[in-house]
Ligand binder design. Structure first.
Ligand code: SF4
Length: 467
């Protein structure tokens, strides 16, 4: 490998992909490559792709079109494609784009440094083989020169893959079967992160609260080293120095009584749950193969709020699923109101290859109608978000500082316990990852505005920050 080979990674899609980019950066740093400060300086550009909607997939193809010129600008430049589209299309990407050098699937991150060495030597390759091996969780610790801003926060993978096969979703094909990581490795990783300054973690998995379920059901959890998700949260809650625990994304089907109770019992489990619902209509939910009803979902909401009255709920929603009637769409609107979602990611249904919902061909909701429903839903959500933000004015929030807002030299942005963004002017500057107590003085559609409250700054190093 030439002395100063530099890489840059473009990331699309969910937090899983964001975390895969972190893992890949680490692998490349450990292999002796360097992270480019600016993409223009890179010798190797990777696009970490998302295929959850057609629009995201098309973005890859337009990006690749532009990268052809970049590659032609200097000999030895290398282009790689990873993530869900890579897993789905594999060799076809190499065939269609003869200037792409390597394609790697979601189970093949560890192979990338060797594939890159081969590409520099002129060999093009694609690896999309799936593995059920736990080896994929054996990754090196964060490299000393990793540049990704962590600000005291880290993602921690607890399970990967999905066995749910919702009828609109391509993920089970791109991420493979569900596999849970032994708890010992998770706890060791988190203890190590805390020792190096992390105070907040987000546990990641496609259906994160399904963690360990196959082992638990078979009675092999002790042998496989997993445990019920609520118990894992309990073990993490006891780690000294870990202030905040979050998880994403749970599936409503796996919200058992213990997990609901954990939200009342565990000191460091944050009062925010992002629980995708997708639709408020039982008929649509059934056709989506979501395996719960509107009533089941609302019962979980009620259980969570009974345990933790200040809990903030956010969700994912799809409008215009094939066959969705106007009345069924209105059931979604009423569920959004009944659940009191503080925020949501909402999208128009997008047909994906190899999914069951393609069988509903001929029942499509027209593009205009789907757009109108999305507009109406998002207007309702905006109002609910704003109402929540106004309800917070006059309260105290503790934020973990994530970075500068870019609006004035001393304005910083942080997240409160409920995962809301709070902007505050911190004269004299503050450390990223520090905790600030803030009086909320103003509400905007996207964030809260605060003023520093006393005590002004609680240094993590003093170990006095509470959640
Ligand atoms: S639970 Fe459904 S929507 Fe979520 S990743 Fe699995 S198949 Fe996709």
């Amino acid at each position: 490998m030439p002395e100063s080979q530099q890489f840059s990674i473009r990331t699309f899609g969910c937090q899983m992909n964001v975390h895969d980019t972190e893992k890949l950066s680490n692998l490349l740093l450990h292999a002796g490559y360097h992270e480019a400060d600016d993409e223009a300086d890179a010798d190797f550009i990777v696009i970490n792709t998302c295929s959850v909607r057609e629009k995201a997939e098309n973005k890859l193809y337009s990006d690749l079109g532009r990268l052809r010129q970049w590659k032609a600008g200097k000999p030895g430049r290398v282009i790689g494609v990873g993530g869900c589209v890579a897993q789905q299309e594999g060799q076809a990407i190499l065939k269609r784009f003869d200037y792409v050098d390597l394609v790697f699937g979601t189970h093949n991150l560890r192979a990338v440094p060797a594939m890159l060495d081969a590409a520099i030597a002129g060999e093009r390759s694609a690896r999309t083989d799936e593995t059920a091996s736990l080896e994929r969780f054996d990754l090196p610790e964060r490299h000393g020169s990793y540049q990704g801003a962590s600000a005291g926060h880290a993602f921690v993978t607890v399970m990967e893959g999905c066995d749910m096969f919702c009828s609109f979703c391509v993920v089970p094909r791109t991420r493979g079967r569900e596999i849970s990581r032994p708890a010992k490795g998770i706890l060791e990783e988190v203890r190590g992160l805390v020792d190096r300054g992390t105070s907040e973690i987000t546990l990641l998995g496609q259906t994160v609260n399904a963690y360990g379920r196959h082992d638990v059901r078979r009675g092999t959890d002790a042998a496989q080293g997993t445990m019920p998700f609520a118990r894992l949260l309990g073990e993490l809650d006891a780690i000294p120095g870990l202030e905040r625990i979050r998880y994403t994304s749970p599936h409503p089907l796996f919200f058992d009584a213990d997990l609901i109770a954990a939200h009342g019992d565990l000191e460091h489990l944050c009062p925010h749950v992002h629980m995708p619902v997708q639709s408020g209509s039982d008929r649509v939910l059934e056709r989506m193969r979501r395996r719960y009803t509107r009533g089941d979902y609302l019962a979980i909401v009620e259980g969570l709020k009974a345990r933790r009255p200040d809990l903030v709920l956010t969700t994912d929603l799809i409008v215009g699923f094939p066959g969705e009637t106007d009345a069924e769409f209105r059931e979604t609107l009423s569920l959004v109101a009944a659940s009191g979602f503080v925020d949501s990611y909402s999208f128009k249904y997008s047909p994906r290859p190899h999914t069951k919902a393609l069988e509903f061909a001929g029942e499509e909701v027209s593009a205009d109608e789907a757009s109108a429903r999305l507009t109406e839903l998002q207007a309702q959500q905006r109002q609910q978000t704003l109402d929540h933000h106004f309800s917070r004015v006059g309260t105290l929030a503790r934020i973990r500082v994530e970075g500068a807002t870019g609006r004035g030299p001393e304005q910083v942005r942080g997240r409160d316990l409920h995962h809301r963004i709070v902007n505050v002017c911190a004269e004299g500057g503050v450390e990223l990852g520090s905790y600030l107590d803030v009086d909320v003085v103003e509400a905007t559609p996207h964030s809260l505005i605060g003023e520093l409250a006393a005590p002004r700054l609680i240094e993590l190093s003093q170990g006095s920050a509470s959640r």
